[in-house]
Write a protein that binds this ligand. Structure first.
Ligand SMILES: Cc1cc2nc3c(=O)[nH]c(=O)nc-3n(C[C@H](O)[C@H](O)[C@H](O)COP(=O)(O)O)c2cc1C
Length: 183
């Protein structure tokens, strides 16, 4: 499952995702900017039922979070965090938190792995770490124990990716996903 948190169609994040997905099979890709996903209202109704009362496109994602084994999150860094587009989807995963911590219904974490890819215009590392933490928090809730992160810094346009060895990175990601899970 590929999650694209960039609000910018045809931008740097899209460019990078296109490079990665050509090497993947059976991809389910969610370009969040194309979807109707409201922010969490904090009503906590999900603590009672395990489900969100907002009936929007997030329901497509809920289904795949349970069904998929491998997750790839891509986002630009915006003000030291993930984009509000991605953050809305993350916050809407509160039903999984409620199921796990209140209702006692955990997803089986067997072999689940994730890659977090963050793209930013600066080399201010804390911004990338902070953005990654938000996604890691989600991954803990949705039972994805093995996580790898890649940070692409100083990316103002897609030519800036030439500073990186994308072939090597894609190889290491393929190895990460194909290695036997540690759990
Ligand atoms: C609103 C906004 C906030 C940004 N904040 C940061 C930031 O905190 N740190 C950073 O390194 N880059 C920041 N940037 C730069 C973008 O992360 C960078 O240009 C990225 O390559 C954009 O990816 P995109 O083309 O997919 O939108 C920001 C850009 C915008 C538009």
């Amino acid at each position: 499952m590929v999650i694209n948190g960039s609000p910018n169609a045809g931008g740097n994040t899209d460019f990078l995702i296109d490079r990665f997905v050509t090497f993947l099979d059976n991809v389910i890709r969610f370009d969040l900017r194309e979807m109707n996903i409201s922010p969490c209202r904090g009503c906590e109704k999900c603590s009672l039922t395990g489900n969100c009362i907002i009936r929007d496109d997030m329901y497509q994602i809920y289904e795949e979070i349970e069904a998929c084994k491998y997750f790839l999150f891509f986002s630009p860094v915006f003000f030291g965090g993930v984009t509000s587009t991605l953050k809305s989807a993350i916050d809407r995963c509160q039903p999984f938190w409620a199921r796990k911590n209140i209702l006692g219904k955990k997803i089986d974490n067997n072999g689940r792995k994730a890659l977090i890819v963050l793209i930013g215009g600066t080399s201010f590392a804390k911004g990338y770490e902070c953005a990654a933490l938000s996604v890691r928090w989600l991954l803990n809730v949705i039972e994805v124990p093995e996580v790898k992160s890649l940070f692409y810094m100083n990316i103002e346009n897609n030519k800036d990716f030439s500073k990186y060895n994308l072939e090597n990175d894609i190889d290491s990601v393929m190895d990460f996903f194909s290695e036997e899970s540690e759990k």
